[in-house]
Structures are given as structure tokens and as C-alpha cells.
Design a protein around this ligand. Sequence first.
Ligand code: ZN
Length: 304
Amino acid sequence: MERAALAAVAPLFGASAARAAASASAGVNHSPQPVLTIGHITDIHIEPANGAPAMFRKCMDQVLAHKVDFFLNGGDSIMAADYKDITRDRVTELWTCWDDCRAYLKGYDIYSCIGNHDTWWAAPNQEDSMYGKDYVVKRLGMPHRYFSFDRGGWHFVILDGNNKGVSLDEEQMAWLVKDLDGLAANTPVLLMSHYPIIGVTPYWEGGMHSDYKELKTLFYKHKDKIKVCLSGHQHLQDSASYNGVQYFCNGAVSGFWWGKGNEKSATPYYYEETPPGYAVLKLYADGTLENHYYPVDYSSSTAG
Ligand SMILES: [Zn+2]
């Protein structure tokens, strides 16, 4: 998407004008620099098999070439811990593989979401240290199952939609309302969820938040702040826009779960028409942004 088109929807005309004036006074007609460049990686579904670690590293090399400041990880980090027949050994194997891959990005902050496939529900009991979301929070180094933080003048909100009907539970919704209420006017906000809040592909794939009406109403109340919502889960890339908020579902690092695909794959390794890949976001001080999805070609990768 072209930056010019995005700038047209930016409400902070004053800030844009001031920046343009600053450029003009310096006598240099250059593009403004983003305050942050972020790699959005989602649906990694890492596993030791199918050459996944090697393909992951290939993908990360390409993300790092963009000189990202940090990563946002949209969830489903491991292949799948959530099915009924998954054993403790398998869950341990998957998280060990995650640790190895995480080490490849040593030195970079990664802020993660919990995905539906990350949680082990088949533990012998709920007191088991590996049961449920708390263990995922621990393995992904998250401060809580939902949280927020500030960087580069932007406010970031990480949500947990793994609740009844794909939604924020009551406690989390109250927290989000308070979190947004506490921000100064015009603070640019990026939200990341595993599931799309609003999107195109849920029309035929499902998978969207069920509390989207409540969320879009909350976002409208904070329309001076909420700029962008990122998601994954669909393994499909789309974008939508509503009330000045841009919604990007950014495909999947694993594409077709590291496999060559099926009859619906437009090209080997694709899920339907979306190639495996990642997004790079450039965030600007005036609340404008760019989101670009980069495909990664795994066809020459060797298994092992
Ligand atoms: Zn998912």
C-alpha cells in the first residue's frame, strides 16, 4: 500500500503539516523516517519435522534484512498442543523447538499473542504446570495473557481472544477500556490479536472475534488513537478499513503448515491464494503507518 494513500486518512493534519514544514525549512525533500520498523510474524506453527526450522530461519533472515526494531508474534507459535491426543512429550518437543528458533532472534524483543494451538488442554489435570494458558505465557515470555506497552511514542496492546466464542472475557474487556481511557489524546495505538477483529477472509473461513461490535464501538470512542489492528490465524492475507482503523491479517510464516499445500493452494506452499510470509510495519510519529506483506519462497528449501 502506498504511503500517500495512507497519509490521506491520517487525522493528525497538524503533525503532518509541521513535519512537512520542518522538511521544507531544511531544504531537503526527503521521506520522513518511521519511528519504528516492526516485523509482524504469525502462525509459525514450529515443529522439528518437515524442515520447518530451516524454513523459519530463511524467513527470519529476510525479516531481519528490513532492520526491524522488534517483533510482534501473532500466535500459534507451535504446530499444535491443543488436540486431545497430544502427549506431554510432544508438547515439550514443540516448545524446545520454539526455544531453538527463538534463539535465532537473540537480542530482539518479541511480543507475543496466545494462539488457539499453543495451549495444552490434555494435561492430566488443571494443576499441571504445563496445562492451559499460564504455561504458554511462561514459554513465550509474556508478562500476562494480555498486556500493553509503549515504544517510540506508540501504544501497543496485545489481546487474548481465546475465550468463549473467540472474544475478550469480561475481565480483559474492562482492562482494555481502562487501558485506552488512560492514554493521552492522539496517542497512536496498535492492537494485536490472534484472531481478526474485522476482516475479509472470515466471510468464508470464519475465525473472527465474536465481540467485534463491542470492540469497534470502543475503537470509535478512541478514534483519535486507534490506528491499526493486526491479526493472524487465517493463514490468509487481507486488509480492511473501518472508521479510520486499518485491519491487517498478515498471512502465516508457515504458509500451509510448512507443507506443499492441497487442491486449494494456488501455488505450492500457499494456503489458498496466500503465500507463506511476514509483514513489515513502518510506524510514523504522526500516527500514520505502512503494512507490507512479504512472501517467502520455501520451494528450494530442503527438508531436515
Ligand atoms: Zn489460530
